[in-house]
Every structure is written in C-alpha cells, then in structure tokens.
Design a protein around this ligand. Structure first.
Ligand code: HEC
Length: 173
C-alpha cells in the first residue's frame, strides 16, 4: 500500500499532467507512459529510473540493503536532487543539497528523510537507522558540503514516528 502511494506521489511530482489525467485507465500500472511523459523522462533520465524503482514496489524495497551512504544517495535521492546534488527545477522544484548550509547539522536532513516534507515523500520506512545516518554522513561530507557528520542512530530512532506514518491520512509540513 505504502509503496503504491509513493509511486503515485512520485508520478504526480514528476509529471506535468494534472493528476486526474494520469489515471483514467485503471489498468494503467504506470509502466506505459504517455508521449508527454515520455519526452519529459527522455529529457530527465534519472527521473524515469526513480519512477521505475518506485514501481518495483515491495520487491525493490526488500532488496534495498546497502549500508553505503553514497550508494543510498544515488539510488534513493539523486533522481530528484540529481547525482551531484545540484537539485533541479522541472515539473517540481527539487532543492540543491550541494553546498547547502542546512546540512551543517544532521537533524534537519534526518527529519526530512524520515518524515518527508511537502513534495518529498517520507523515506524512513525504506531505511533502517544506520542507513539514514550513512546518508546524512554522506551529505555532510560530500557534494561540496564540509561539515562534521553528527548524525547518530539514537537521533534517527528519536525522530521516527512512534507509529508508522499513514501517508494517506497524515499531513506533513
Ligand atoms: C520524489 C523526489 C524526492 C526524493 C526521492 C528525495 N527528495 Fe529530498 N526533497 C524533495 C523536495 C521536493 C524537497 C523540498 C521540500 C519542501 O518544499 O519543503 C526536498 C527537500 C529535501 C531536503 C531539504 C533541503 C533544504 O535545504 O531545505 C533535504 C535535506 C533532502 N530533501 C534530502 C533528501 C535525501 C537525503 C533523499 C534520499 C534519501 C531525498 N531527499 C529524496 C524531493 C525529493
């Protein structure tokens, strides 16, 4: 269910079409792309990769076991924030993580990774606490960021919601 929702969210975030125009055919699993989407994904190949990964749903999530921050970033985050962290403005606005003073302390990124924020889906349920720290360590020391990595598994655990977040009913701002 959650994966399905994320897929929908990613598709909405990445498509220039209005939401209601995307799902007119209930058998449309997102595998087939309209010509409008096609030209967009051709222009932004990384976005298509992300959508395909999200479409992989359960299987993709279960296979998702890397503990390497860079690998996790490239697989999970770069589709929106770009490989070099430069961000992008396309169908949506994806802020740059490169040279970003908001990354001086891990807590900010940790909160957003775990809980999501506006157009960014919450990714906490894909990742264990160590993986979240691996990502914040990577962000704080790469992509032109030069901070002392201060993320801890305790902090991630503290930021996680007590109950798994139901994205269908809860607002995240
Ligand atoms: C589906 C696209 C998408 C994915 C995937 C994604 N993000 Fe984001 N991210 C966004 C958007 C959109 C925002 C802006 C949210 C807002 O408006 O507050 C954002 C904001 C952020 C911010 C806050 C930046 C700032 O300066 O305020 C951080 C940090 C961040 N993302 C990290 C990550 C990390 C790390 C990952 C991978 C684990 C990731 N994001 C995956 C779309 C995405």
């Amino acid at each position: 269910m959650r994966q399905k929702f994320i897929t929908t969210l990613v598709l909405c975030a990445l498509s220039t079409q209005p939401v209601w125009a995307q799902t007119s055919d209930p058998s449309d699993t997102g595998q087939t792309t309209s010509s409008a989407e096609q030209s967009q994904t051709e222009a932004r190949p990384q976005e298509r990769d992300l959508t395909e990964m999200a479409d992989g749903g359960e299987e993709w999530v279960q296979e998702y076991t890397s503990s390497d921050g860079e690998e996790l970033y490239q697989s999970l985050c770069s589709g929106c924030h770009m490989t070099d962290g430069a961000g992008a403005v396309g169908a949506g606005a994806y802020p740059a993580l490169r040279d970003n003073p908001n990354l001086e302390y891990a807590g900010y990124a940790t909160y957003i990774i775990v809980n999501g924020q506006k157009a960014m889906p919450s990714l906490g349920h894909f990742l264990d606490d160590e993986q979240v720290v691996a990502i914040t360590d990577y962000l704080q020391t790469n992509l032109d960021n030069d901070y002392d990595p201060d993320g801890t598994v305790e902090a991630v655990a503290g930021i996680r919601p007590a109950e798994p977040v139901n994205q269908n009913t809860e607002e995240h701002e």
